[in-house]
Structure formats: C-alpha cells, structure tokens
Write a new protein. Structure first.
Length: 134
C-alpha cells in the first residue's frame, strides 16, 4: 500500500507514513489499465473492504510484491490471487489452461506487476516524483 511521509517526519527520524488516496487511486487505475489493455483481461471494480476477522472471503495462494522506495513514496505494490482467479488470468494472458502453479507460471504474475509498476513510474515521472528501478 503506498504511503507518503507525514508532515514533520525527517530522514533518520520519525518513520511514520500515511496512506495517500491519490496514490492509491493511481495504483488502482494503472492496474486496471494494464489488465484490460495490455493483458486483455476484463476487470470489474468492486467496493473496497477490510478483511478483518473474516479471512475466508479471499484465499491468497499466489502473490507478487514490489517494494517502493523514494523520497516521495514508500510501501509495497502487491498482486494477490486465489488459485482460481490466477488460473483465469493465466488462461486469458497465455492462451492455455494452467496445469499447475510453478515457477514458470508465476513469472506471469511478476510480469503483470512489473508492467503495472512501469506505468505508475511513468505517470509519477511527469510530476518529477522519480521511483527507483526494480
């Protein structure tokens, strides 16, 4: 989740961060863009929810993470999927059914995340907010 330094926090001092809804929206928009336009996978936006105690709502079986470090933004971008959702995305992108989750099939999730990160990085560069290469 992208966070920005709170006012008054300093280098080497307070490491407090706050969630910035504008960055979160950018991440969601670019994720949707990449899935729909570059991976040809239809998406549907739903209302956000907190998992809280009900961990049965979404089973995480496949995950890819990128850490974000910059003076403007710190946090993680993560794609997490249940096996059934991952299988559907894999089939839509690769064009064949997923036989098993292995290192080769997981590369697709890493590629999806890298392409999304690149789109986010390109957008933030327009605002002179440079993100590190990952």
């Amino acid at each position: 989740i992208p966070g920005v330094p709170q006012t008054g926090s300093s280098e080497g001092g307070d490491n407090s961060y706050t969630l910035d809804g504008n960055y979160l929206q950018l991440f969601m928009d670019k994720s949707k863009y990449v899935l729909e336009n570059q991976f040809n996978i239809p998406t549907k936006s739903l209302a956000p929810y907190s998992k809280g105690i009900r961990s049965d709502r979404f089973k995480v079986e496949v995950t890819s993470l990128i850490e974000i470090k910059s003076p403007y933004l710190k946090g993680w971008i993560a794609y997490t999927f249940s096996k059934s959702v991952f299988s559907k995305i894999y089939k839509a992108y690769i064009g064949e059914a997923l036989s098993q989750i292995d290192e080769d099939s997981l590369d697709m999730v890493c590629e999806l995340l890298n392409v999304t990160y690149g789109c986010i990085k390109q957008e933030l560069n327009k605002e002179d907010k440079v993100l590190d290469i990952v």
